[in-house]
Write a protein that binds this ligand. Structure first.
Ligand code: SF4
Length: 381
């Protein structure tokens, strides 16, 4: 097995900007290709494991991990490109073969109320159960692990690297971790034994049973609520809204720390009425204390003809959310904005001052505002 050295790792670790991965560097070789292995067809079974959630049907094997519920005949590959029906059994081929691996500030995920200032050892394999037209990481999300340059890093090795680099959490991120569920779960179990936290950065498109099981080993999740409209979910993401809303409720019930993002895309998800409905649903369903991040869209992938989100649209979205009772609302992907700092919901003073992803002042003491004593929701230590 390839064992990455500390030196190699530090060389490869990078803090990518605005939520995207340095995958172009990875795929184009250069220094990032050092120590990577090509996981072609011959290596397929080295990084495979029988799936946990599937059933036999008369039409083939049905995966039960996410609402796509792919039904596969023998030899067929799934929509997410990393599950295969092999001889009547369902296998994941995204196990121990991450194609992206970086150290990130936890704020980049984004988490603003979870262990601020800590470092997350971040991994992703290829594959996704959505097909978003605006995908930031399409070069890894819209391909199979067979097509990417991958590290050979089994769960125990992930934790070794996490500890060696003094990270406080493992983040399952960049592509869609729900599709590499078994790798996430097994790594999370070992992380817990080593007092490392587990955080999920996800589209939230997962069935209830695997989700509740995953909640047993997860500490926090940040979910990208892509819009508040079923037709937009179908056209923009090739997904559905309702299962994502169910996921938000389940995380809350299971006590996993939750933050929510909404990428505001011109002409797709910037409708003021849709944003109002999204905020009303969150408030009415008990998410007033859940941090909400409105993120600026940048032209990318299949939506590269659109302009970036105008800043006033994001400011209006934030105002709408605050007016409708959401207490902690942020704006992301705008350099220099003050809307990344945390204000106490009671006295309105700045209690965490951020400069991009860097914290310049933290005035939360024992989970409370040091000015007025208001309890600030979050996991602070
Ligand atoms: S996880 Fe992948 S294989 Fe399973 S249902 Fe979802 S898209 Fe299909």
């Amino acid at each position: 097995m390839y064992k990455i050295s500390k030196r190699t790792f530090l060389r490869q670790a990078c803090i990518a900007s605005a939520g995207s991965v340095c995958m172009n560097q990875l795929l184009q070789g250069g220094e990032y290709s050092s120590g990577m292995v090509r996981s072609g067809e011959k290596d397929l079974w080295k990084w495979s494991k029988e799936s946990i959630y599937y059933e036999e049907t008369p039409r083939g094997i049905r995966c039960l991990v996410c609402p796509n519920e792919c039904t596969l005949k023998s030899g067929e590959t799934s929509t997410c490109r990393n599950r295969i029906n092999h001889g009547g059994k369902l296998y994941t081929i995204a196990y121990g073969n991450p194609c992206a691996m970086h150290v990130d500030p936890i704020e980049k995920k984004p988490f603003f109320h979870f262990m601020p200032g800590s470092r997350a050892f971040s991994i992703a394999t290829a594959g996704c159960n959505f097909a978003c037209l605006n995908c930031q990481n399409w070069s890894i999300s819209q391909v199979s692990p067979k097509e990417t340059e991958n590290y050979d890093l089994m769960p125990a090795e992930v934790i070794k690297e996490t500890l060696a680099d003094k990270c406080q959490s493992v983040a399952y991120t960049y592509s869609e971790p729900i599709t590499f569920y078994e790798y996430v779960f097994d790594t999370s179990v070992i992380a817990r034994r080593n007092h490392i936290k587990n955080v999920l950065v996800s589209n939230g498109y997962i069935n209830e049973k695997p989700l509740r099981n995953l909640c047993k080993v997860l500490d926090a999740a940040t979910i990208d609520l892509k819009s508040f409209d079923e037709s937009t979910y179908a056209r923009l993401n090739a997904g559905k809204l309702q299962p994502v809303l169910n996921t938000l409720k389940i995380f809350k019930q299971e006590g996993v720390w939750l933050e929510i993002s909404n990428l505001v895309i011109p002409s797709w998800s910037d409708n003021a009425d849709m944003i109002k409905r999204l905020c009303d649903w969150l408030f009415q369903n008990g998410f007033a204390d859940t941090p909400l991040h409105f993120l600026r869209f940048q032209p990318l992938y299949k939506l590269n003809q659109l302009p970036p989100t105008p800043i006033p649209v994001l400011e209006n979205a934030r105002k709408t959310a605050l007016d409708r009772g959401i207490k902690y609302v942020y704006i992301g992907n705008i350099p220099g904005t003050a809307a990344v700092s945390t204000l106490c919901a009671h006295c309105k003073k700045v209690i965490i001052e951020r400069n991009g992803y860097t914290i310049s002042r933290n005035l939360i003491r024992d989970g409370s505002c040091s000015f007025c004593g208001e309890r600030i929701p979050g996991r602070w230590t």
